[in-house]
Design a protein around this ligand. Structure first.
Ligand code: FRU
Length: 474
């Protein structure tokens, strides 16, 4: 198995933006979460990794594991590219346990010409491990090659088991019409795969995209869901404002017909910085998702310090009415190192709360809005500017999130609610906001240097508010 060349590995030169309780690289670049699974007593998370610089480059699979989903241990890099079937990179993929063995299924990326990254081809490969630490690439790779009508985009396999058979979906763009589609494959041993065909296709590039990266097909509350990361969607008023989005379809997969019938595409997260999420099932049956806490089109000031990117906290996917939502995984309470506020107050004019470590704090706020008509807000600021703010307007039923430095705000409509609960996780350079147990999430980065950070609550009319705050650390 190939090894990382330790003498070339980049180093972190400044810790000012380093996260305290999110998964990040020891140094170097990170993008998508990959291969989420539970194997032999540990949760495993892999991620797209470039160890030699803080820029995207030939993709490796970085690796961490945990006993509890929140305290992570760094492991050796699991996949190093450069073999004939992954000459240009080990791109995203997923994991599955079969017997005593952990299998990774990932995309091999290949350039026709090393000096031109615009022209490439992709295939699907397998690697396996019996100890969950050391991986062997399967000698029969590739296990899947693109069908004839495919464009060069053919990647990000997500594997699962159903009725004693293995299935995988992957993201593809058809050559003739340039549209996104999801392809289905079936196998009885994870090594020999039968092509079942496209199960759904984008109805229009403008509305649904030209490529769905990182598709994730899973079942929740009796429905099949495909989460994916569409490219090329045009903004629709307050929706789809990012260049790269994370979204989902709810529907039903007909395994016999190889067809996924579904409703419209919805956003998974309403923030500026959420892309390429993946999910897996915990041993106790919860569907847990991690996302990349950024996307290719966002500034990353931490690159100047020798690293880039983080993963979100683990989120439990839940149905909220007829929509998919997320709540913080229950294990995140184990990150609390102290309770710093537990009070109720009537909030009216801006009220600044002093906590010991404002950049490493979880806020659990409940605004009582019965018989109310107005706005409430939370904000994180330094002496010069508001870094992140959240406000809810009961008249429009809309939440607005502002991030300093971003050209436009982000929005989610949750309707008229009697109570607004916001769980807000602040880390050194990130904020994750969870509204009303699955109604909406916002994933945001912020960057501030050497300045005191403050937290302020405000309301346009007096509002009874329950306020809890905890310091957090991994
Ligand atoms: C999504 C993505 C995937 C690809 C990987 C490469 O962010 O573009 O489609 O496999 O990143 O790093």
């Amino acid at each position: 198995m190939r090894q990382v060349n330790e003498s070339r590995v980049v180093k972190v030169t400044n810790t000012r933006y380093r996260e305290h309780y999110h998964i990040q690289t020891p140094a170097g670049w990170l993008n998508d979460p990959n291969g989420l699974c539970f194997f032999k007593g540990y949760y495993h998370v892999f991620y797209q990794f470039h160890p030699y610089s803080a820029e995207w480059g030939p993709m490796h699979w970085g690796h961490v594991r945990s006993k509890d989903l929140v305290h992570w241990e760094n492991l050796p890099v699991a996949l190093v590219p450069g073999d004939s079937e992954d000459s240009g990179g080990c791109f995203s993929g997923s994991a599955i346990v079969r017997g005593n063995r952990l299998y990774l299924i990932y995309t091999g990326h290949h350039y026709y010409d090393d000096d031109n990254q615009d022209h490439f081809w992709e295939n699907q490969n397998v690697a396996y491990s019996d100890d969950g630490i050391h991986f062997t690439k399967y000698t029969g790779n590739p296990v899947i090659e693109a069908p004839k009508d495919n464009s060069q985009d053919f990647r990000d396999p997500k594997v699962w088991e159903h009725d004693g058979q293995y299935y995988l979906v992957l993201g593809s763009r058809e050559q003739a019409n340039n549209r996104a589609r999801i392809l289905l494959y079936q196998s009885d041993d994870l090594l020999n795969w039968q092509y079942r065909g496209p199960i759904t296709e984008s109805r229009s590039i403008e509305l649904e995209g030209s490529m769905w990266e990182c598709p994730d097909l899973f079942r929740l509350n009796g429905q099949d869901i495909i989460a994916c990361s569409p490219m090329g969607i045009q903004p629709q008023r307050h929706r789809f404002l990012n260049l790269s989005q994370a979204a989902y379809f709810i529907g039903q997969l007909d395994y016999n017909q190889a067809h996924f019938s579904h409703y419209d595409l919805h956003l998974l997260d309403y923030g500026h910085n959420f892309y390429a999420p993946q999910s897996f099932l915990t041993p106790d049956g919860r569907r847990i998702q991690f996302g990349w806490f950024s996307s290719f089109d966002n500034p990353m000031p931490e690159q100047a310090d020798g690293w880039a990117g983080a993963l979100t906290l683990p989120r439990e996917l839940v149905m909220h009415g007829d929509r998919l939502g997320a709540i913080p995984a229950q294990e995140t309470t184990q990150l609390r190192t102290g309770e710093v506020l537990n009070t109720s107050a009537i909030i009216h004019s801006p009220h600044r709360f002093t906590v010991t470590d404002p950049q490493h704090t979880e806020w659990d706020l409940t605004f009582d809005l019965t018989g109310y008509d107005g706005q409430v807000s939370w904000q994180l600021a330094n002496t010069d500017q508001v870094l992140i703010s959240l406000s809810y307007d009961q008249g429009s039923g809309e939440i607005t999130v502002h991030q300093h430095g971003q050209a436009s705000d982000r929005y989610a409509t949750i309707g008229h609610v009697g109570q607004l609960r916001a769980r807000i996780f602040v880390d050194t350079s990130s904020v994750e906001i969870f509204i009303n147990d699955g109604a909406a999430t916002f994933t945001e980065r912020y960057y501030t240097d050497d300045q005191p950070v403050t937290t302020t609550l405000a309301a346009s009319r007096p509002t009874a508010t329950a306020i809890k705050a905890y310091t957090l650390d991994m």
